[in-house]
Design a binder for this molecule. Sequence first.
Ligand SMILES: NC(=O)c1ccc[n+]([C@@H]2O[C@H](COP(=O)([O-])OP(=O)(O)OC[C@H]3O[C@@H](n4cnc5c(N)ncnc54)[C@H](O)[C@@H]3O)[C@@H](O)[C@H]2O)c1
Length: 253
Amino acid sequence: MAQELNGKTALVTGATGGLGRAICARLAQAGASVIAADLPQAPIAALVATLGAGSRALHLDVTREEQWQAAFQTCEEDGQKVDILVNNAGIFTPNIPFADMPFDVWKKHFAVNADGTFLGCREAIRHMRGRGGAIVNIASSMGLVALAEAGAYCASKAAVLMTTRVAARSGGPDGIRVNAVLPGAVPTDMLMGNLQAGQQESDLLGTLASYAAMGRLARPEDIAEAVLMLAGPGAAAISGVALPVDCGTIPGG
Ligand SMILES: NC(=O)c1ccc[n+]([C@@H]2O[C@H](COP(=O)([O-])OP(=O)(O)OC[C@H]3O[C@@H](n4cnc5c(N)ncnc54)[C@H](O)[C@@H]3O)[C@@H](O)[C@H]2O)c1
């Protein structure tokens, strides 16, 4: 197996979630030291134990500016340079008609999905200045489509896409690349939150798979592979792109 990230340090937010685990595992397998970041109540230590030497846990609420600043400051004080940031933490509260959307639910989606990504990009660009780096934002195919019952999620993920492009413009002169991965539906706890009362998991997954040209859903490992590709040296000239990883669900397939 190629070790294309040997000597690199990667910070992954939302590390213990369905996609976060797969991303951490793939980056570690490619040789990176992984800083696995998540909320304090998340089982980060157990995850880190699977990632090998050089990896460590970090408590980071992505909505908290001072926690982002402290995270990068601690790295600098320890002589550790973050080469790769994966802004993966996210939330999704499904099945809320737009006209019934509580304002606090709307704001919470923007706080985690959009503000969290902005803060991560900004702090990483400050930290990576003068030596380059790669940022991968986990957006969503739902940032491109308008679903009336997922308005806060769709709108906050659309913000992630523009933040990616703006950050790519900002970081480009310093050799900092910023790209987005757009997963389609991937079976994780977040996706299973879409189950309607009485609906079987297999029915939901089958319906979602039927929208894909390939007739299946992407797995967490498929998303992790795309993150590795965009974070690694093979993507040295790629910045500002939004890469769907959805087995051919969008656009117009
Ligand atoms: N699963 C899908 O179908 C799918 C599709 C498209 C995009 N995505 C995106 O992929 C990313 C990962 O999703 P997942 O399916 O693994 O979800 P998940 O619910 O399994 O994991 C989400 C993770 O984010 C963490 N998190 C939540 N709020 C946080 C905060 N304020 N600070 C730090 N961490 C926080 C959680 O603790 C959890 O570890 C999200 O950004 C999500 O929007 C998922």
